[in-house]
Design a protein around this ligand. Structure first.
Ligand SMILES: Cc1ncc(C[n+]2csc(CCOP(=O)(O)OP(=O)(O)O)c2C)c(N)n1
Length: 673
């Protein structure tokens, strides 16, 4: 192994040695602890340390790194206190995730380390978002994301590299090619000769290097860093290395031919570097020994502190509280925001305003939010010059410029990931799903990254995802779905679903002022068919607050979205039946107080929604009512929902599919009960 010191001083070379040795010695200790049953799981990076350590050394300390499960060297080189890392690995209260996350699945804003989720690939596009933030702020900084060679087979890899190339983002994508993805060798993982060959296809530069040589890794990444920042371009680096232990300690190594361990032992990154330093007389046998003794003592001392912490005291209220980030906006600024309370039919409404269609109210709320938040970025397919599939952002490019109103490539997953990265650097983001149906290809980033990140390690995701949803326009199975229930089932998200123009504007503004990820559903069939009074002001409708649309005595109709208009239409056509109509407006969290008061008024409940029956939000509401309002009930809760089929294209079939076609039968069933 050839080492080239270039212009590194002896002190720097020795410092690199200490940085390289530390994760190796921690790992050796961890393996002992594992055998003693003191820790439960360990993913080893032995043999690969030069990559994590070299890469971290080559970056500035305030540049974000997106590491994975073999990158202990990132955490130690960023000088995270070792006792706190031990607490983390034990699931202790004083670790980095309050006992909520395992092994390396945690991050730290202070150290600019973004915690991975198990799915690996999603890390890559978060780096895109951070790089975009630097680009927009004109900062001379970049981000660096790790992936194994196995992870390069995920769609996330392709999406992230493509976005970085198209948007000219300063990101380094670092492939640690260690030969195996769990037990799968590279010839069962990909067909190109080297993964770096793919760089050309994305329109970026790339280089393959020896990942076991710390000076090569350091020097390459330092140079690539300068290139990325100066040229404002991404770069792909493939580091060849080898995993000297099993996938994780329990998996063993039977699937790896034994001679490979002999071959790669000769290339050990620590031993080779140590020999080089001894040859160069940067170190002596005595000094290496004293470095090892010092590290050993340090590990033992930190371990004693880390293992001395008392076990966690469970506090359910804290667990629930940390699912969401709290409003961080300065109180004076928040209190200046007008809150419109239209939650009861007899509430006075602001007089100044105009009659508007739902689609214009959304656009108005978005425009005012762009003015209110100079750090708000809009992203979505065709949202710039074209104005979006539904023209919500028409004219926005002229008003706010292309940096803030961004057309995206066709890659929902990467854009949600990039939104998270932007948020980590202080931006607010809206992403427009062209149709709510397409969220399925961005699903993982939403339900696993955005939704869980605050609970896991305290990072918020200041992201609003707009979801043009719903049927009734003959658009077939993939442009008509109601998929709000997927998200209502996911702690950490907020789900809003306005049915009127006034609520649509106020809830959208509130969503941007909320530091949490909000799924904002807007019904396509209501865009241009529903109009109403919309105040001119910049105002919020409170998230989590339902609205009494009209009081009634016979049946409570608990509904949202198009259901509100179906219920009103029905009530107008059947004056002999007195419906008490509640528009939920927010589906997560639900406003149980308003639901309960409605049940109290009538004793009979119809839960109505456009979504299909099984597993719909209505089931949850019906269950809650039966648990909490049983004594008030004169009949069982009835659910009126769409058929448990995909949404059919033919208009007659679609009519039959929709819940509205069964509304009368459901009402009659309750009346006659
Ligand atoms: C989406 C997803 N599928 C499967 C897994 C299970 N899994 C965890 S690590 C791993 C292998 C990853 O291989 P590679 O990317 O080469 O990284 P390495 O572990 O070799 O460092 C697999 C299959 C996972 N975590 N996520």
């Amino acid at each position: 192994m050839q080492f080239h010191r270039n212009n590194l001083s002896n002190e720097q070379l020795a410092d690199f040695y200490k940085k390289l040795l530390l994760p190796r010695m921690i790992e050796e200790k961890m393996l002992v602890l594992l055998r003693q049953g003191k820790i439960s799981k360990w993913f080893s990076g032995i043999g690969q340390e030069a990559i994590a350590v070299g890469a971290t050394l080559a970056l500035q300390p305030d540049e974000w790194i997106m590491p994975l499960h073999r990158n202990l060297g990132v955490f130690t080189t960023r000088n995270m206190p070792l006792h706190k890392l031990f607490m983390q690995w034990q699931g202790g209260a004083d670790g980095y995730s309050n006992g909520r996350e395992r092994s390396f699945h945690f991050g730290s804003k202070q150290h600019h380390i973004c915690g991975m989720i198990s799915h690996l690939g999603p890390q890559l596009s978060i780096a895109d978002g951070v790089a975009l933030a630097h680009k927009l702020k004109r900062e001379q900084k970049l981000s660096l994301a790790f992936t194994g060679e196995g992870g390069t087979s995920e769609g996330d890899f392709h999406e992230a590299l493509n976005v970085a190339a198209v948007w000219n983002l300063p990101v380094i994508f670092l492939v640690e090619n260690n030969g195996y993805g769990l037990s799968t060798p590279t010839n069962e993982q990909y067909r190109c000769e080297n993964l770096v060959d793919r760089a050309k296809g994305y329109g970026m530069e790339g280089v393959m290097i020896d990942g076991n040589n710390i000076l090569t890794v350091y020097d390459t990444i330092k140079g690539v860093r300068d290139y990325c920042i100066q040229q404002q371009r991404p770069y792909l680096i493939e580091c060849k290395t080898f995993r000297m232990r099993g996938h994780e300690e329990a998996s063993g190594i039977k699937y790896v031919p034994p001679h490979l361990f002999e071959v790669w032992k000769e290339k050990d990154p620590v031993v080779n570097y140590e020999n080089y330093l001894l040859n160069e007389t940067v170190l002596t046998n005595e000094s290496t020994q004293s470095i090892k003794d010092a590290i050993r003592n340090y590990i033992e001392e930190e371990l004693a502190i880390g293992f001395a912490v008392p076990s966690i005291v469970v506090n359910t209220a804290n667990e629930l509280k940390d699912v969401y980030a709290r409003q961080s906006m300065v109180d004076s600024k928040r209190s200046a925001i007008k809150l419109v309370d239209n939650s009861l039919p007899d509430k006075q409404q602001p007089a100044t305003g105009s009659e508007m269609r739902l689609v214009n109210a959304i656009s108005d709320g978005l425009k005012q939010s762009m003015r209110q938040h100079p750090n708000l970025i809009l992203m979505g397919q065709d949202i710039a010059e074209y104005g979006g599939a539904f023209k919500i952002t028409e004219g926005f490019v002229d008003m706010f410029g292309k940096e803030r109103v961004r057309n995206t490539p066709l890659c929902e997953s990467a854009i949600v990931g990039a939104a998270l990265g932007l948020s980590m650097e202080g931006f607010k983001v809206m992403m427009e799903m062209q149709f709510a149906d397409f969220v399925s290809v961005g699903f993982n980033q939403i339900v696993n990254n955005l939704a869980k990140i605050h609970y896991r390690w305290g990072q918020n995701a200041d992201v609003v995802i707009r979801m043009p949803t719903g049927a009734g326009v003959g658009a077939g199975p993939f442009h008509s779905q109601s998929n709000e229930a997927w998200f209502v089932h996911t702690p950490g998200l907020k789900v809003v679903y306005p049915s009127t123009p006034m609520d649509a504007k106020g809830l959208l503004i509130a969503a941007f002022n909320d530091p949490n990820p909000v799924l904002y559903f807007e019904h396509k069939a209501l865009y241009r068919s529903i109009s109403g009074h919309v105040p001119d002001d910049y105002y919020e409708i409170e998230i989590g607050k339902a609205k009494v649309v009209q009081y009634g005595e016979d049946i409570s109709v608990i509904t949202y979205g198009a259901g509100v208009h179906w219920a009103l239409e029905y009530a107008n056509a059947h004056k002999d039946i007195s419906l008490d109509i509640t528009d939920l407006r927010t589906l997560l969290p639900l406003d149980y107080d308003v639901i309960k008061r409605s049940v109290q008024r009538t004793g009979k409940v119809l839960v109505l929604h456009e979504d299909t029956l099984t597993g719909g939000v209505g089931g949850e509401i019906a269950a809650w009512i039966s648990e909490h309002c049983f004594e008030m009930m004169d009949a069982p809760v009835v659910r009126c929902a769409s058929l448990d089929t995909p949404v059919p294209f033919n208009i007659e079939l679609e009519k039959n599919f929709l819940a509205k076609s069964r509304l009368d039968a459901c009402v009659q069933k309750l009346i006659n009960y």
